[in-house]
Design a protein around this ligand. Structure first.
Ligand code: FAD
Ligand code: ZN
Length: 226
């Protein structure tokens, strides 16, 4: 109630299962009195590439381009491109970041990875010696909600799904000081019966109802690799 939520959504098709999961989150959280913002990355034609176009005006070192240094310097003087400033404003205001996407190659789709690469700039999200528990995005929660092609059994047999959460949850969110809630995984919606799909969607609604009572996970190597 009164909480601000940013949903960063990476699917091309509103009628997809991811589209339905997004719709549910917007409806349920709005119903709770949260204010919900959606960054619909494909619809926005979000630029995933980290290039010098992200810096407006002069470069700190025009002889040899270094993306990390240039965006850091540009952030400090308010010289990042408009789309980045806008996404950073949404992140800054949010109490909770939800990432909604289909799993691509054991990872997030490139457009969402590009959002991470470009938005979470040094000086804004982390800084020298300000990382992990000291990261700059304190007092925020994150939740990775994604779908897979593979079934739960297959993931259990071929490798623990927690391994692929390590770079996303620990390497990105925890690094920036953001706390991490349990991920929400809908396995193989394309191979599930209509009834099973409805069940998975109902489970997401159900989880969202008590989301604000959840404690963050212990985002340490033990959680991932025990
Ligand atoms: P959809 O295909 O959109 O949804 C499944 C079905 O649900 C559809 O028939 C849809 O109409 C239906 N549906 C939508 N809304 C509702 C509703 N409200 N009620 C009932 N039915 C509904 N998978 C892995 O496991 N590991 C990988 O590493 C991996 N890598 C990939 C890499 C690439 C490049 C690609 C393209 C896919 C990869 N996949 C992988 C598969 C991918 O993760 C799945 O295809 C995806 O997660 C399915 O989600 P979707 O939203 O696209 O499903
Ligand atoms: Zn961690």
């Amino acid at each position: 109630p009164g909480k601000k939520v940013l949903i960063v959504y990476a699917h091309q098709e509103p009628k997809s299962f991811n589209g339905s999961l997004l719709k549910i989150a917007v409806e349920e959280l709005t119903k709770q009195g949260c204010s919900v913002t959606v960054s619909d990355l494909y619809a926005m034609q979000f630029e995933p590439r980290a290039t010098r176009n992200d810096i407006v005006g002069h470069l700190h070192n025009s002889e040899e381009f270094n993306y990390g240094v240039e965006t850091w310097e540009a952030y400090k003087r308010g010289g990042l491109s408009k789309d980045l400033i806008e996404e950073q404003r949404k992140v800054q205001e949010a109490d909770l970041l939800i990432f909604q996407f289909p799993l691509f190659w054991f990872n997030m789709p490139a457009i969402l990875k590009g959002w991470m690469d470009r938005v979470l700039v040094q000086g804004f999200a982390y800084d020298l010696s300000k990382s992990y528990d000291g990261g700059l995005l304190q007092d925020k929660l994150s939740l990775f909600s994604f779908t897979t092609g593979g079934t739960k059994e297959r993931f259990a047999k071929r490798g623990d799904v927690r391994y692929l959460l390590w770079p996303m949850q620990h390497g990105i969110m925890h690094f920036c000081g953001v706390k991490v809630l349990e991920p929400h995984i809908c396995y193989a919606p394309a191979h599930a019966s209509e009834e099973k799909r409805k069940e998975m969607l109902a489970a997401w609604t159900q989880r969202l109802k008590t989301l604000w009572k959840e404690e963050p996970i212990d985002c340490s190597p033990e959680w991932y690799f025990k």
